[in-house]
Design a protein around this ligand. Sequence first.
Ligand code: SR1
Ligand code: MG
Length: 403
Amino acid sequence: MTFQFDVYKPLTEESAISLLKELHFFAKNEHVTCREIGDGNLNLVFQMSTHTSTKKWIVKQALPYAKVVGESWPLTLKRAKIESDALLQFAKFTPHLVPEVLYRNETLALTIMEDLSHLSIARTGLIKGESYPNLGKDIGTFLAHILFKTSDLGLSPTEKKEKAQQFSNPELCKITEDLVFTDPFFDHDTNDFEPELSEKVEQLWKEDELKLEVAKLKRLFLTNGDALIHGDLHTGSIFASEHETKIIDPEFAFYGPFGFDLGHFIANLLFNALRRPQAQTELFGFIHDTWETFSSVFTSLWKEDKNNPFLQVNGYLDYTLQTIWQDALGFAGCEMIRRTIGLAHVADLDTIEESELRIRTKETALDIGKSLVLNRVEIKTVQDLHDFYIENNEFLGNNARTV
Ligand code: SR1
Ligand code: MG
């Protein structure tokens, strides 16, 4: 079968094999095994290999709709280009932390990447109790480089504006604007929660103080084009092992606020801490490593820059870091709420089998999420965050205290 390159069509396992043979990733006569392994919300992902060699590739293709909902939710194919552009951009700063992009095609909305099947999705691995000693340091290094170097700190104003245009991603941003910042705070039909949570959720919808703070955070997301951000940096967007970390799936990338990715990563570690109170020290260790590495690499990059006179002004670096941390906590709070009662959930909570434990853990996630949004200015350090987590975790708190 000859592959048609000029028309978009969703791949099948068979047509994916023809494509890779046509592109000489495999010889025409090679016996290739192909499996669709995508378990995300939006795309097709094929893993391809042969028995006769070690060659393994991943083909990721965007569908013209959101897979999680179906064809009734159309979605731009442009996100495939945004994703591969972002991976290539990230690879300029931290090549060891992203998969290598080997081929991309805008018409077909697909990217061929290095296979990462020797690693685990961090969310799945953390739930199983796998150990990732480098995870926090790697994410901190990644964030410091991409945030500094794609912002006005690392680019000229003209270069930065060009990049912001290249990464204009309104449709995917709209998903976040709706699913993270709006729908969970109102009685919206995209919300999805167990009936046992109804009373608590209805109470949340009445909390004006909370909604005011969420409105401020949403405005930051809408208007603060600080730097190129990943846009969906949860633990399902990270492959990890004891030695390696690879950040994948930046299809939500755009010029957004500095603290957004950090906040999402922290929230997803907190979900795992709620699921596994016995691992709480390790998980707060990741948050500590992420923040310490982030702030120290960001500080070094800042101090290396001798051209921008404002960077020498006393207090400006501290103000910038403190603002990133505070905003990150607010974004973490929104992420905790939306993953508990909104459209897209997390396995850390949903796969808790015992129903009473699951509901109580979700109630705790909502309480912590709300308090992070409301108290983000008071929580100044990782230690404060840890103390605050224990105080707000009435249900698992006693258990956690003994760790
Ligand atoms: C319709 S997409 C739902 C969620 O999946 C993605 O991973 C993003 O987190 C998005 O909010
Ligand atoms: Mg994704």
